[in-house]
Ligand binder design. Structure first.
Ligand code: FES
Length: 248
């Protein structure tokens, strides 16, 4: 495949950025999108140019490190992570725009790399449980109803990639935060912090500068793990319950 890439280049957080055009030839449809960027970088390095900086780790769709906006869509045209997107979803001769996540709470570090540490601070403010130290308890000692276990697992699938924020016209992190709140709040192990968790994580989300939710729904459409939009309603219910009980 022969492609024309237009890639956001920005040498540093405070430096101006711009789209730079690169022709690229010899791309296999079996390559992943990141392998295609690797090919571009090999060419840039051979020419003595700076390679394009982009984030990645597992390249298996599980760590959440990768993520770029491809032709205006978070993670591109398929509902998957950027590392799991393959070039067969593009056509020979295509022009592909590649940009970093665009959100005020995710400042650009360099090229396609953004600072997503705001997510870490949301997790740090409540994404944990109180557990006694010592040997692992007998699993059957804490029965969990099957619907609750399924609900928790569905929300625990969130990998924190940030596509929800990048896709949202408001730059909201409500889908991410709701996934993290809901997967612990529904379980007996998460009960001791059930109320403080939702209040603290939502407060941190607001402090970090994420936008408000207007139920545009773009977040759930972009989420590679299928976190559903009603997750936000479930978190709002938890927040109201905690606020009414005066947990803070
Ligand atoms: S590199 Fe880990 S999810 Fe893409």
């Amino acid at each position: 495949m022969r492609l024309t890439l237009r890639v956001w280049r920005q040498p540093g957080a405070d430096a101006p950025g711009a789209m730079v055009t690169y022709p690229l030839d010899g791309i296999s449809e079996d390559m992943s999108f990141l392998e295609m960027l690797d090919t571009l970088n090999e060419e840039l390095i051979l020419k003595g140019d700076e390679p394009v900086a982009f984030d990645h780790d597992c390249r298996e769709g599980i760590c959440g490190a990768c993520g770029v906006v491809i032709n205006g869509d978070a993670h591109g045209p398929e509902r998957t992570t950027t590392c799991q997107l393959h070039m067969r979803h593009f056509a020979d001769g295509d022009t592909i725009d590649v940009e970093p996540w665009r959100a005020g709470a995710f400042p650009v570090v360099r090229d396609l790399v953004v600072d997503r540490s705001a997510f870490d601070r949301i997790i740090g403010s409540g994404g944990y449980i109180t557990a006694p130290t010592g040997a692992a308890p007998e699993a059957h000692a804490t029965p969990v109803p099957k619907p609750d276990a399924d609900f928790a697992f569905e929300h625990a699938e969130c990998i924190g990639c940030g596509a929800c924020v990048a896709a949202c016209p408001n730059g909201s992190a409500m889908l991410f935060t709701s996934a993290k709140v809901n997967h612990l709040n529904v379980l007996p192990q998460g009960a001791p912090e059930r109320e403080t968790r939702v209040l603290d994580m939502v407060a941190t989300m607001d402090e970090e500068g994420f936008g408000g939710c207007t139920l545009a729904g773009e977040c759930a459409t972009a989420c590679p793990k299928g976190i559903p939009l009603p997750s936000i309603a479930a978190m709002n219910k938890e927040w109201l319950r905690a606020a009414r009980r005066g947990a803070r």
